[in-house]
Design a protein around this ligand. Structure first.
Ligand code: PEP
Ligand code: MG
Length: 581
């Protein structure tokens, strides 16, 4: 039994067989194609070979300038391998005779070769195996760069990997992959958020551990404590299985709160909204009594797709969400791509500091065609219910004004084309950059509402990459600097009588949610699985107690002190929830 500690990012416990996804370990699902499409699939494969060969030949030329002859030799060897007629025939035969996708044909043949080279044992042959893997990656990229479907074997598996991008996470095969664990990553990374959205237990930031794992052992991923246990003994397995059952029964009890209002003991009403990433999540929102969607991260439509989603596809997705929420408000955030949510329209060239780079609204404003398409789809969906539009990561007045101007133009275009667009559409901005907090009184007259994105606000206030496990200790929502900025933002919005909510992950922890209410927040938006717990906490406390909690929290000098104080006070105020809250 081997026990390791990481960062718990998505609650729940997963028990399954180890499935390692290292750089060499993508498993491509066997995908059958229609036999009538065989010829088309072969042509696609041949075009991909040509495309990859052209890319490699360019790399060969460039590398000889930049890195010298030996690197050039490697690329040129790759190119030869790629154009090897024997390989090509094997791939084509698989497609033609077995009617499998080009991706599967490429991957399965090359996998066989790589394994064979590796089994020969010599370092030189291992290098050949790595070359084969590189060819595979090149070809898969040329085949459309489709996000690779990571799938398990026959049994339920827990995926272990160095890292997992949000795109890869979206594409996990949920039938087979019951949880995951990565060597790197932090609590508010987008991968972590996707994991919570998908309700898949996850632990990240464990550090180097993949090399210590062998065979196909069982593994437990504890998304509550951040522990992973490899090859657990019978007693541990039993206690975890019992824990799962106990949690299911607690969750069933919480369900009784679904239709009760989220109000404090003195009758102050709090609005509880849900954060979603995928249209399919609306069912979970309604099951947990969400009063609306406070944050729809629409960029996940891009991350999960092979090609850029067109207006009609987006319109259908947005319309589905608005209709399913049946008259409840839906706040749709415009694209927040870039940084860790790469793909689609995100910059192709690597940036030195992607989180400080061309991401979010900056990217949308640079790509007006893409931005307009999204705005058109949203405005068309607004005909079906109370849809509000929110711009992410606004840092300057200029950005807000440009975004609003584009929105107005798109509205005019749609009207000219005969679409019926609501005359009034509520437009808001996210406050997730300290500059926006400091300038808030200038922004407020130009928006209908704001939503505080604490995930990024913490990152940009503390100068700490939200996905980097090496500085995860500095990423603290309870840091006094963050609390002061939150207070400033909330006070300013309340002074201007502008609706203000918090939609960052801070809303989802009952203790922190109570403190936010004490700071003056009356609308919280959290992932659906957190809603009932937060409601339970709200219904157990008076508004006066939340205010005292917030006032005292603001007096400390360190995040640790704030943490300790909040835990202790929470246990006193809401004793029935203090364990695991
Ligand atoms: C935030 O930054 O708090 C937020 C809600 O946006 P995201 O997590 O998608 O960056
Ligand atoms: Mg954000």
């Amino acid at each position: 039994m081997l026990e390791l500690q990481g960062i718990a990012v998505s609650p729940g416990v997963a028990i399954g067989k180890v499935l390692i996804l290292d750089r060499e370990g993508y498993r491509i699902t066997r995908t059958q194609i229609d036999s009538a499409d065989r010829h088309k699939e072969s042509q696609r494969l041949l075009a991909a070979i040509e495309d990859a060969a052209a890319r490699l030949s360019q790399q060969t030329r460039e590398s000889s300038k930049a890195a010298g002859k030996h690197v050039q030799a490697i690329f040129s060897a790759h190119q030869q391998l790629l154009l090897d007629p024997m390989l090509r025939n094997e791939w084509l035969r698989l497609v033609e005779e077995q009617c499998v996708s080009a991706e599967y044909a490429v991957s399965s043949v090359l996998n066989r070769y790589a394994q064979a080279f590796r089994r020969m044992g010599s370092p030189m042959m291992s290098e050949r195996a790595a070359d084969v893997r590189d060819i595979e990656r090149e070809l898969l990229e040329s085949l459309g760069g489709t996000p690779l479907q990571v799938t398990g074997g026959a049994e339920q598996s827990v995926l272990l990997s160095h890292d997992l991008t949000p795109r890869e996470t979206v594409n996990l095969d949920r039938e087979k992959i019951v949880g995951f664990c990565t060597e790197v990553g932090g609590v508010s990374s987008h991968t972590a958020i996707v994991a919570r959205g998908m309700e898949i237990p996850a632990v990240v930031g464990v550090g180097d551990f993949l090399h210590r794992i062998e065979g196909d052992a069982d593994i437990i991923v504890d998304g509550f404590s951040g522990r992973i246990i490899l090859a657990p003994d019978e007693a541990t397995l039993k206690s975890y299985r019992e824990g799962i059952l106990a949690r299911v029964s607690r969750a069933e009890k919480l369900t009784g709160l679904r239709d009760l209002p989220a109000e404090t003991t003195d009758g102050t009403r709090i609005q509880l909204l849900a954060n979603i990433e995928f249209p399919a999540e609306v069912a979970g929102c309604l099951e947990r009594g969400a009063e609306g969607v406070g944050l729809y991260r629409t960029e996940f439509l891009y991350l999960g797709a092979k090609d850029e989603p067109q207006e009609e596809e987006q319109f259908q997705a947005y319309k589905h969400v608005v209709c399913a929420m049946a008259g409840r408000p839906v706040i749709m955030r415009t694209l927040d791509l870039g940084a860790d949510k790469a793909g689609g329209i995100a910059p192709a060239d690597p940036e030195n500091n992607p989180f400080l780079g061309l991401r979010s609204i900056r990217l949308s404003l640079r790509q007006p065609r893409v931005f307009r398409t999204q705005l058109r789809a949203m405005l068309r969906a607004a005909e079906y219910g109370p849809l509000k539009i929110m711009f992410p990561m606004i840092t300057t007045m200029h950005e807000l004004r440009t975004a609003r101007m584009l929105l107005r133009q798109v509205m005019d275009d749609l009207r000219e084309e005969g679409h019926s667009v609501p005359t009034q559409i509520s437009v808001g901005m996210m406050v997730e950059v300290p500059a926006a907090v400091l300038m808030l009184e200038h922004f407020l007259p130009e928006v209908d509402f704001i939503s505080i994105g604490t995930n990024d606000l913490i990152q940009y206030t503390m100068a700490v990459d939200r996905g980097n496990e090496h500085v995860a200790d500095l990423y603290a929502g309870h840091d006094p600097a963050v609390l002061r900025l939150l207070k400033l933002a909330i006070d300013t919005a309340n002074r201007f009588d502008t609706d203000v909510s918090v939609c960052g992950e801070m809303s989802s922890t009952p203790t922190t949610a109570l403190m936010l209410i004490g700071l003056g927040i009356r609308v919280l938006s959290a992932p659906p699985p957190a809603l009932l717990q937060v409601k339970q906490a709200i219904r157990s406390i008076s508004i006066e107690d939340t205010q005292k909690l917030a006032a005292r929290a603001l007096e400390f000098e360190t995040a640790r002190e704030v943490d300790a104080f909040l835990q202790q006070r929470f246990a006193e105020l809401v004793p029935e929830m203090s364990v695991g809250a």
